[in-house]
Design a protein around this ligand. Structure first.
Ligand SMILES: [Zn+2]
Ligand SMILES: [Zn+2]
Length: 196
């Protein structure tokens, strides 16, 4: 009889623990589930997953199976953080915070190192202060959130982002399909472009 070591109870518990640590690290870095996706992954997604893995202090590589589990954890954390509120465009979880003027700002579920939205207590309620480049940030311990438009997976901005992150064709320099480029090491030139 052969034992499938990867699927014993101990292995499952280890994977569960590892997935939880990955999800925590990813949330601390402010990543969304979409930015780390394993299905239809890209090199950019992989780079972000690697960053989260290092931040989690995990030395060994995390398998796609472990990451899939980690993203389930992250999705549950995002759902909880946003009480189930989602973006009407991409359906990702978002926090909707009113500004002083009464407009609503949508931000990603977790604080982000490059966040510009400061949910601030004001007269007993939370008000979003959108910081401009010249504004002084409120201090290192204050969590800032990224505007959801920066990570929204819908629309022209998202396409532009994917284009910027995509590897470029060796012949023409234009973007390759990011998902195909991740799947195959042989796809580095458009089929209709010729390498010199
Ligand atoms: Zn969205
Ligand atoms: Zn090309």
């Amino acid at each position: 009889m052969t034992i499938d070591f990867a699927h014993t109870t101990t292995a499952r518990k280890n994977r569960e623990a590892k997935a939880h640590r990955l999800a925590l690290a990813a949330s601390r870095q402010g990543y969304t589930v979409h930015e780390l996706a394993v299905i239809d992954s890209t090199h950019a997604n992989e780079r972000r997953r690697e960053q989260a893995r290092k931040a989690a202090g995990i030395k060994s590589r995390a398998s796609d199976e472990t990451w899939t589990l980690a993203l389930e954890h992250l999705a549950a954390m995002a759902f909880e953080a946003t009480s189930g509120v989602t973006c009407s465009q991409c359906h990702a979880p978002v926090r909707r915070v009113p500004t002083m003027g009464g407009a609503l700002v949508e931000v990603d579920p977790f604080a982000h190192p490059h966040g510009t939205v400061w949910p601030r207590q004001h007269n007993g309620r939370v008000v979003a202060v959108v910081l401009a480049g010249h504004d002084t940030p409120p201090g290192e311990d204050t969590p800032l959130f990224r505007q959801h438009t920066k990570s929204c997976a819908h629309g022209l901005k998202a396409l532009e982002r994917t284009w910027k992150e995509a590897p470029k064709c060796r012949a023409c320099g234009e973007a390759l399909d990011a998902v195909l480029a991740y799947r195959s090491t042989e796809y580095h030139t458009h089929p209709c472009c010729y390498e010199e």
